[in-house]
Design a protein around this ligand. Structure first.
Ligand SMILES: Nc1ncnc2c1ncn2[C@@H]1O[C@H](COP(=O)(O)OP(=O)(O)OP(=O)(O)O)[C@@H](O)[C@H]1O
Length: 390
């Protein structure tokens, strides 16, 4: 799935496009007909070896999302004469996000590029662990975003190296430090990511340096035109309760999603694998207790989940015999599941349970996963929490 040859640890810096010779790359022979570049859904049909923008040779396919196809490509204008830039330097390998050909997706792609430029302005050296957009171009009616290439996303790391049980706590801590630096940049610039999950956190080939990617759902909460009220923002397992309840939301939704992601990295298991929004709320309350009456009263969508008079939770389940929805009132007063116990159960007998970092990790996660967004750690507070500082 990934390119065969990882970039050298001391990859030289990329030459500025305007000063570099542009080598024209021949199109591969036998490639698809001129009028058949897209599939029925507007995804560009990628051809390995194809040259994009007369400059980037497509090497491999990296992934496909709702918005785009992502390919790994080699920048033929790259010159190694610029010296070494260290393990974190931008090299000849790039990742190109080819946005689907349709107006909505294109608009979303332009917005993503705009947000990435705003973030880069506040972090010109790229030290805050947000993916770096190198440039954009048009290819056969598709907007293309060129990024520095990384090795894997954290879901892939978990699958390959977590062997179903999760990563070492020290690796989780290092990833958390970098990820909260990224969130602190977003907070500084006034951007909410709104799709934090292991798939959208990338690491380099040596799995030491991390970058938060996919700003395709990101928005500026200070711009009313940019804030949409929907109970489906963020991928479901990582969706904060205030989104589901229809309460106002801000950057605290990213802290929640990050808490869920870090739990998953350590345990190899999804923290809240709810089948529906209603199921998600049940899981949230089983771990963190009941919502305040105020939250239930004010939420735009709470009538779907709580009895309007006594605020009892209405669990919507499917009857096994009839297949029809049944509503079962559940009185949840206090948590019935314990985060610490769940974390300790992991890798039973593995010896690592006694890691002295574990209690501060439990406290850290508890504070990332407070049901009240105002009580959650801000990225700045997270960075000075003993788990990350210690
Ligand atoms: N710079 C990069 N380097 C390496 N891989 C990348 C890079 N950018 C994206 N990818 C890979 O491509 C996948 C899809 O990227 P991305 O999430 O940005 O696309 P999307 O179309 O917005 O997807 P989604 O439907 O999840 O929003 C990522 O999970 C990752 O595996």
């Amino acid at each position: 799935m990934f390119a065969d040859t990882p970039p050298p640890a001391s990859a030289p810096k990329q030459q500025h496009p305007s000063s570099a010779p542009i080598a024209r790359i021949p199109q591969p022979t036998g490639h698809i007909p001129e009028d058949d570049w897209d599939d029925a859904d507007g995804y560009y049909r990628t051809v390995i070896g194809e040259a994009l923008d007369s400059r980037y040779r497509v090497d491999s396919y990296l992934g496909k999302g709702v918005f785009s196809t992502v390919v790994r490509a080699y920048d033929t204008t790259f010159s190694s004469s610029e010296g070494t830039g260290g393990a974190d330097a931008v090299g000849a390998n790039v990742a190109i996000k080819i946005i689907r050909r349709n107006d909505t997706m294109r608009k979303a792609g332009l917005k993503e590029a705009g947000i990435l430029r705003r973030l880069a302005k506040s972090d010109p050296e790229g030290r805050r662990h947000v993916i770096r957009l190198l440039r954009t171009f048009e290819h056969r009616g598709h907007l293309c975003l060129v990024f520095e290439a990384l090795g894997y996303n954290l879901r892939q790391v978990l699958q390959r190296y977590g062997k179903g049980v999760g990563l070492h706590l020290h690796a989780v801590r290092s990833y958390a430090q970098q990820a909260f630096l990224a969130l602190s940049l977003l907070t500084k610039v006034g951007i909410v990511h709104a799709d934090i999950k292991p798939d959208n956190i990338l690491v380099n080939e040596s799995k030491t340096a991390l970058r938060v990617c996919d700003l395709g759902s990101a928005f500026d909460p200070s711009d009313p035109a940019d804030v949409i009220t929907t109970p489906y923002l963020v991928s479901r397992f990582y969706r904060a309760p205030e989104i589901i309840l229809g309460l106002p939301y801000d950057g605290a939704i990213d802290t929640w999603s990050m808490g869920c992601s870090l739990y998953e990295l350590f345990t190899g298991r999804i923290l809240f694998p709810g089948r529906t929004n209603n199921d998600m709320l049940r899981l949230h309350m089983e771990l963190q207790g009941r919502f305040t009456f105020k939250a239930i009263r004010k939420g735009l969508y709470t009538q779907d989940h709580f009895d309007p008079t006594d605020k009892t939770f209405l669990s919507r389940e499917t009857d096994r015999l009839t297949g029809k929805e049944v509503i079962r009132p559940i009185a949840i007063t206090r948590p019935t599941k314990d985060l610490q116990a769940r974390l300790l159960k992991r890798r039973a007998g593995g010896g690592e349970d006694q890691d002295p970092l574990l209690p501060s990790f439990v406290d850290f996660l508890q504070q990332c996963l407070s049901l009240s967004p105002e009580k959650r750690l801000t990225p700045k507070q997270a960075l000075s929490h003993p788990f990350l500082r210690g």
